[in-house]
Design a protein around this ligand. Structure first.
Ligand code: SF4
Ligand code: SF4
Length: 180
């Protein structure tokens, strides 16, 4: 029997993640090299999927993944990419650090070519060796929302999520799992 849209939707809603589906962060580069084509094709297929089914599936897999995987065992996003930071967030982080916003900017922040504030370099200056964030309660929204697998209208960030799969083992596992 050919795979129809409704049977594919039904298959997606039945998916579930196990601990073995989530790779070690250190293994991501090799896995991406090996499975990039599959992931690209999965993203193409997911663009044709009912957005509501996609959201329900991704959100459930996100919940399952973060019950099985602890960001404190990873920290790869904080070590490899910078969030976009707003003026208000510069103020909040500076307050948390008990320094002036201008001092925070001078030491750690610049404006990128898109006009966003970003950290000068990766790893982020606030990630510790134990992967704890020293400005956690004042961290930027982009940090709080990463890796966006619980976001509504996930179809809007399918291409971005392919990039995020290179950084985040949970995104990798979620997309790989949906490649049915
Ligand atoms: S501010 Fe905190 S959460 Fe954000 S990148 Fe830095 S260490 Fe990570
Ligand atoms: S969000 Fe992803 S990349 Fe960032 S620490 Fe958690 S598992 Fe690692």
């Amino acid at each position: 029997m050919p795979i129809t849209k409704s049977s594919r939707n039904e298959d997606l809603t039945k998916l579930t993640l196990e601990a073995k589906d989530i790779p070690k962060t250190a293994d991501l580069p090799a896995l991406m090299k090996l499975h990039r084509k599959t992931l690209v094709n999965t993203i193409k297929e997911l663009k044709k999927t009912d957005p509501k089914v996609l959201d329900l599936t991704v959100h459930r897999l996100h919940e399952e993944a973060f019950q099985l995987f602890d960001c404190l065992d990873c920290g790869n996003c904080c070590r490899t990419i910078s969030p976009a930071i707003t003026y208000a967030e510069v103020d909040s982080m500076a307050k948390k650090l008990r320094i002036k916003p201008s001092e925070l900017v001078t030491r750690h922040i610049h404006m990128d070519t898109d006009g966003d504030f970003v950290f000068n370099s990766a790893p982020c200056p606030f990630i510790g060796d134990d992967n704890y964030c020293s400005v956690y309660s004042a961290r930027p929204k982009a940090c709080r929302e990463y890796p966006h697998t619980d976001r509504r209208k996930f179809y809007q960030i399918l291409d971005l999520s392919l990039k995020n799969a290179e950084v985040c083992p949970v995104v990798y596992a979620v997309i790989k799992k949906m490649g049915i």
